[in-house]
Each structure stands twice: as C-alpha cells, then as structure tokens.
Design a protein around this ligand. Structure first.
Ligand SMILES: NC(=O)c1ccc[n+]([C@@H]2O[C@H](COP(=O)([O-])OP(=O)(O)OC[C@H]3O[C@@H](n4cnc5c(N)ncnc54)[C@H](O)[C@@H]3O)[C@@H](O)[C@H]2O)c1
Length: 223
C-alpha cells in the first residue's frame, strides 16, 4: 500500500524523524544533516537521506536541513497540521489509557470519544473524555466526519467491531486486538502489537547474551 507515492515502510519511519527533531533543544544547531540524524537514530544513512528527500526539498549539500523547515515539511506531509478526529472502540484498560493520552494532538490526532458496549448512556474518563454506548458510533462518526478508528476490544469481538466501524464511515483502523482483520478494499488497517515488539527486544538480548558467552568461553580458553 502506498500513500502519496510513498511506501508504508517510509511512512512508518517519518514520525521517528519528526519525534527526534522535536526532541532537540531549541537552542541547538540551526542545521542538521541526514548523516547526523542517521547516527543519532542508529539508522542507515542512505535510507534516512532518501526518506527525507521524498518529503522535503529543503536539504542543501554539505549543510543539510534547517531543523525548523524539516519539522514543518514532515508535519505537513504527515498531516499533523490538519486535525483528524478519531474514536476509540473498547474503552477498557487500554482504551481508557489511550483516550487520556495527550501526545496524539502533536500528530494532529484528536480523539473525540470512546465507545463501549458496556456503557448504557455516557461515562467520562479520569481525563475528562466522554465514553458513549456503541449504538452512538454511526451517528457520531457520520456527524463529525470521523475517518480514524482505534480498536481496543477483545480479539473475539474485533472483526464484528471492525465491520461496524467500516459501516460508520471509518476508513483507517489502528488495531490493537491480537487478531487479523478482514476489510474491504480501500480500508487501511495498521496492527499494533507491543508483545511482538517486546519479543524482538527479547530476541535481541538473547542473541547478545549468546555472543557474550561465546566470547567469554573463547577468552577463557586462550588464557
Ligand atoms: N497490541 C498490544 O500491544 C496490546 C496491549 C494490550 C492489550 N491489547 C489488546 O487490546 C484489547 C483490549 O485490552 P484491554 O486490556 O483494554 O481489555 P479490557 O477487557 O480492559 O477492555 C475491553 C473493552 O472492550 C469492550 N468491548 C467488548 N466487546 C465490545 C464490542 N463488541 N463493542 C464495543 N466494546 C466492546 C469491553 O466492554 C471493555 O470495556 C485486547 O484485544 C487486548 O488483547 C493489545
């Protein structure tokens, strides 16, 4: 799947560059090169250079980018300046935590409300976000032109809820449920799985420990 002629792999890396650039101190250097960004993020220099060139024409040879311009270009490309409304379906432990997370607004995402099958009329999260009954989804999404849905229901409910989201006009779904979703053409599903990411980290640590133990054995033998 490609968006604006850019592959999903690049799209996933762009927010990483943006987050890094925004973390730089305001009194830091005005310019930054693709090489410096690559080094800071432990990424391949050629890849970073190509990714940035695909969203910004502001890079200059040997000087790099003006940090503020590159931030603007990345934000414009990622649509951070156009506020997108989203709903969360499944306002349980994860759903409520996401509802109250304020950092989404930095990426132009405004979570309007949660929707949950167990809510009869209306509840409010600790942070003040409303949670409505599921029956409100279609009306809310159509009225507010909500196109993004975050799915945080149990796995056995996920496909049913996904179908309801699509019927309500949602065309981009961030799926936290550990299950594969089948969607009509044109609907984008992004799966999020912290357990899988942790497994990658754990595998990395395991390999590292294995290498260290071989190295220690070899050093022991050569003494
Ligand atoms: N991807 C990840 O990294 C990750 C991490 C944590 C949890 N999860 C997944 O997220 C989901 C939610 O986890 P949780 O711990 O918040 O669970 P939870 O039980 O606390 O919350 C689930 C909520 O969904 C609601 N719900 C159930 N069926 C529904 C339906 N048909 N329509 C609307 N709402 C419905 C329930 O009433 C409940 O409030 C699970 O699928 C879990 O496996 C994923």
């Amino acid at each position: 799947m490609e968006v604006k002629g850019i592959s999903q792999a690049i799209l996933r890396r762009l927010p990483i560059y943006l987050t890094y650039l925004k973390s730089l101190p305001p009194q830091g250097p005005v310019h930054i090169s693709a090489t410096a960004i690559a080094a800071a993020l432990h990424m391949g220099e050629v890849q970073v250079r190509k990714d940035l060139a695909s969203v910004s024409k502001a890079g200059r040879p040997r000087i790099g980018y003006i940090v503020s311009e590159l931030v603007e270009d990345l934000e414009a490309f990622l649509g951070c300046n156009d506020v997108s409304n989203a709903v969360i379906v499944g306002a349980g432990k994860l759903g409520k935590a996401l509802l109250d997370y304020e950092g989404f607004s930095e990426y132009g995402l405004h979570i309007v409300a949660g929707l949950d099958i167990r809510v009869a009329s209306e509840e409010t999260t600790a942070g003040g976000k409303p949670i409505f009954g599921l029956s409100k989804m279609e009306d809310l999404c159509k009225r507010m032109n909500i196109r993004i849905g975050i799915l945080t229901v149990p796995a056995d409910q996920a496909q049913k809820v996904c179908d309801q989201m699509v019927e309500s006009g949602i065309s981009a779904i961030l799926n936290f449920a550990p299950t594969h979703l089948t969607v009509p053409e044109g609907i984008l599903v992004q799966n999020e799985n912290l357990a899988a990411s942790l497994a990658v980290l754990s595998n990395h640590l395991f390999e590292q420990m294995h290498k260290d133990s071989i190295k220690n054995t070899q050093e022991g033998e050569s003494l």
